[in-house]
Design a binder for this molecule. Structure first.
Ligand code: SAH
Length: 403
């Protein structure tokens, strides 16, 4: 791209020598350590233009001195400043993308906006059969909530818009997001979405994440393919995503779903009933304890699904997280009959695909079982990986055959 010069009238954030390169490379996070100085006329939450070596324009961003990410970048084109219209165009592009993928329809559950991957660092927009749930994870987005809500109304006219934040992220950004309904009403009666021909009841008020694990949509179908006539154990089943796909799409002979949350297990039971599934049962119990109990009792399954919660949120704890993955997978493998299928997932963004695979290598070696990787998968297509921001890829899902 031709070199661009800054414009008048927008505060500048000047980068230290040689710090501009990765940001020209379109990574959206400018860390504190990259800056020489930021104009004091720009308050946290305001737009700044980043200036690199020789006074060149790099990008428009939004400053937040409270965060380690001192500026989040949204536009690398000096002629595309961060106006209200800019945000609306970004949202429209993200939503159009889902429409083109055929994911956005009335009864669907679908991630309309996936933060950095859609050029909207710090904003997640999930759609559940007409209702929208926002996750606001950056000051830049919190300051622009009015614009975002107005644009969503114009673009898709949702029945309701509610908002949540993640505690750890809020602290890092110095913001406070009270979970709340911003517009319309979240009905007190259940909401249902249809996924892969299966109906799921959602718990939008008290549910986890934004109410449903949309990122596993395609992995549920992929896994189901291996389950015909098999006895399946679904560990960390939440509302039964993998279990119901196993029973209904995969023709599993029997499915046992385990989760530590009573609420999740109640949902899973209702979901099974609603879809006419009679060979799945669900139990609310600690998964780590239960794995041990099953192994000690010599139980065997033809397929085991492991989809635990994030084991680490920071890079510092990677080793402990890897140990936890090792432990859980070691037990999962011990429960498998020869020729069994292991579906094993990691949603810890800080654990790389290679590290996760190395963990499985350790499991194969220590248990003396051959593990063949049949499929290496990631998140569903409405959670894309932005090539310039590899952090957008967090979910690993390996489907393996274990001898
Ligand atoms: N497989 C699910 C998503 C799993 S998310 C799906 O397809 O929808 C991780 C799940 O782990 C959550 O439902 C959470 O309640 C559960 N969980 C967390 N800690 C647990 C524990 N110690 N024992 C059992 N379940 C646990």
């Amino acid at each position: 791209m031709a070199q661009q010069l800054p414009v008048e009238g927008i505060p500048k954030a000047v980068l230290l020598p040689r710090k501009a390169q990765p940001l020209y490379g379109r990574h959206p996070w400018a860390l504190h350590s990259a800056f020489d100085k930021i104009d004091s006329s720009a308050a946290d939450g305001d737009v700044v233009q980043l200036v690199g070596d020789h006074g060149r324009f790099v990008a428009y961003g939004v400053v937040n001195r409270k965060s380690r990410i001192n500026a989040r970048l949204y536009s690398w084109n000096v002629d595309e400043p961060l106006t209200d219209d800019f945000w609306k165009r970004k949202l429209a592009a993200a939503i159009d993308g889902r429409r083109q993928l055929g994911l956005f329809h009335e009864n669907a559950g679908c991630r309309l906006v996936y933060s950095e991957a859609d050029g909207l660092s710090g904003l997640i927009v999930d759609y559940f059969a007409g209702h929208v749930v926002l996750q606001v994870n950056a000051l830049a987005m919190e300051k622009r909530l009015d614009v975002i809500v107005a644009a969503l109304n114009e673009l898709i006219a949702p029945k309701s818009i509610s908002m949540r934040g993640e505690a750890g992220v809020q602290k890092a950004e110095g913001i406070t997001i009270e979970p709340q309904v911003l517009q319309g009403e979240v009905p007190s009666e259940p909401i249902f979405i249809s996924e892969n021909g299966i109906e799921f009841e959602l718990d939008l008020s008290g549910g986890q994440k934004t109410g449903f694990y949309l990122d596993q949509r395609e992995n549920r179908v992929a896994a189901a393919r291996y389950f015909s006539g098999r006895r399946v154990l679904d560990m960390f089943c939440y509302s039964g995503g993998f279990s119901l796909a196993a029973a209904k799409l995969g023709g599993a002979s029997e499915v046992i779903g385990i989760d530590g949350s009573d609420r999740a297990i109640e949902l899973a039971r209702r979901n099974a009933e609603r879809n006419g599934i009679t060979n799945a049962r669900f139990e609310s119990v600690d998964a780590f304890d239960h794995l041990k109990t099953l192994v000690d009792a010599g139980e065997k399954f033809d397929a085991v699904i492991l989809d635990p919660p994030k084991f680490t949120k920071t890079r510092r704890n990677i080793n402990e997280a890897l140990k936890a993955y090792y432990h859980v997978n070691r037990q999962g493998v011990a429960l498998l009959n020869p020729g069994g299928i292991l579906v094993t997932c990691s949603c810890s963004g800080n654990v790389s695909r290679d590290d996760f695979q190395m963990t499985l290598l350790g499991v194969a070696q220590k248990s003396g079982r051959d593990i063949q990787i049949l499929e290496q998968r990631s998140a569903a297509i409405d959670h894309p990986t932005l090539i310039t921001c590899p952090e957008t890829q967090y979910l690993k899902c390996f489907i393996c055959r274990v001898e």
